[in-house]
Design a protein around this ligand. Structure first.
Ligand SMILES: *Cc1c(COP(=O)(O)O)cnc(C)c1O
Length: 391
């Protein structure tokens, strides 16, 4: 199978040193040394989540498994949920909650704008919910939702906030303790720049109170099972199942790189690279789907115009430039294209070839575009060229 450079909104390009961990001779998923390595890795994930108080488990599965666990455990036998949706992944939160109970309300917002805290407050004033769930970066549209404000509201109205931070964790600022997040779910394959397979899940003490008061069905996705193993078997087998040690090692390697760069610097780099890409696209005459005010530092969505179709552009970049970008989902299919710039591809050495590729695609479609037109007026600092993307 041919490989393409991944500039889709996840999975992302993986650095060679991280990939090498996946290919190292297998080690066992238990034993004193392993348990220590696992615990230290959880501590590093806590640092990314900016929490001292929450518990972190490295659940094995896609991000959605963590979302399922978060929602079902808080709902328990008698819970209710308020889902905030402004896109495909907000709808997934709704689908997960509805699979457990009828007691689900959903507030829907425009696809090209953020969730509005005022509307959320109105809903919370009227009715008490066990949990409120929202997506941090809505990857289908590239909107960042105001999680900090939502967390403050949840605290004020005594409910628990579940956050899908799958496409933001490690690329966008998120403060679990300060923002009063109840449960936060990430996934390795996006800004944590690790192959897919693990969804780190963080549970606050308030969320644990609720989980322990209710009974949620199931064993594997039951967070009490995960906690129980840490408590009983923490010294040698701190998780309930055989976990993919290679993926945990890979995650650890990437976390090392994340802290070597520093969280602040990393968030800044993602924002800067998003801004270079967006200016470049505007220089080529494109209109962005999301205004700067709401736009995510990790995903850019662009409106298709009459010059080239989404299919044509995506196909051309893949075949002629070896770069994969994504189209729109559901009602946005054919209307937008999406570019992921997370971790290793939030660098000029990935952004510039992509912009040149898009220029080339437009020229191929018969549009007059000069070579380098996307870069006009851009101030490209040298720092962003450091560390090439591994192939
Ligand atoms: C990618 C993504 C998901 C789905 O992750 P899986 O690992 O495929 O389950 C969910 N939510 C958001 C915001 C995402 O970006």
């Amino acid at each position: 199978m041919k490989r393409y450079k991944l500039m889709i909104p996840g999975p992302v390009e993986i650095e060679a040193e991280t990939l090498a961990e996946m290919g190292a001779p297998l080690i066992a998923h238990y034993g004193h040394e392993w348990a220590q390595f696992y615990r230290e890795t959880c501590e590093l994930v806590k640092k990314v989540l900016q929490t001292h108080k929450a518990d972190v488990h490295l659940m094995v599965g896609p991000g959605s498994a963590g979302l399922d666990a978060a929602i079902s455990n808080l709902l328990g036998t008698d819970g209710s949920a308020l889902i905030l949706s402004n896109g495909f992944f907000g709808e997934r939160l709704f689908a997960v909650a509805r699979s457990y109970t009828d007691k689900v309300n959903v507030l829907r917002f425009k696809l090209n704008a953020a969730v509005e805290p005022n509307a959320v407050e109105e809903a919370l004033k009227k009715e008490r919910f066990t949990l409120v769930a929202a997506v941090h970066c809505e990857t289908s549209t590239g909107v960042v939702n105001p999680v900090k404000e939502l967390g403050e509201l949840c605290k004020k109205y005594d409910t628990l906030l579940v956050v899908d931070a799958i496409s933001s964790l490690g690329g966008v600022d998120l403060k679990l303790d300060d923002w009063h997040i109840g449960i936060c779910v990430g996934a390795t394959q996006k800004c944590l720049e690790t192959p897919p397979g693990i969804c780190p899940i963080a549970i606050s003490s308030q969320a644990w109170e609720r989980i322990e008061k209710t009974q949620s069905p199931g064993w594997y996705l039951n967070l009490r099972t995960w906690k129980d193993f840490v408590e009983r078997w923490g010294q040698w087998h701190p998780h309930p199942v055989t976990i993919p040690t290679g993926t945990v090692r890979a995650l650890r390697k990437s976390l090392g790189r994340i802290f070597e760069e520093g969280l602040e610097a990393r968030f800044r780099r993602h924002a800067q690279m998003a801004s270079v890409l967006r200016q470049g696209l505007r220089n080529l005459g494109f209109e962005l789907f999301i205004s700067e005010r709401y736009a995510s530092p990790t995903v850019t969505t662009v409106l298709i115009d009459e010059r080239i179709s989404a299919d044509e552009l995506i196909k051309f970049l893949k075949q002629e430039h070896g770069i994969m970008i994504a189209g729109g989902l559901d009602e946005l299919s054919g209307k937008i294209f999406r570019i992921g710039h997370m971790g290793p591809t939030a660098r000029l050495d990935a952004i510039l070839p992509l912009l040149f590729g898009i220029e080339d695609a437009l020229r191929h479609a018969g549009i007059k575009i000069e070579v380098g037109q996307s870069l006009r007026g851009l101030d490209l600092g040298e720092k962003a060229f450091a560390k090439p993307v591994s192939r």
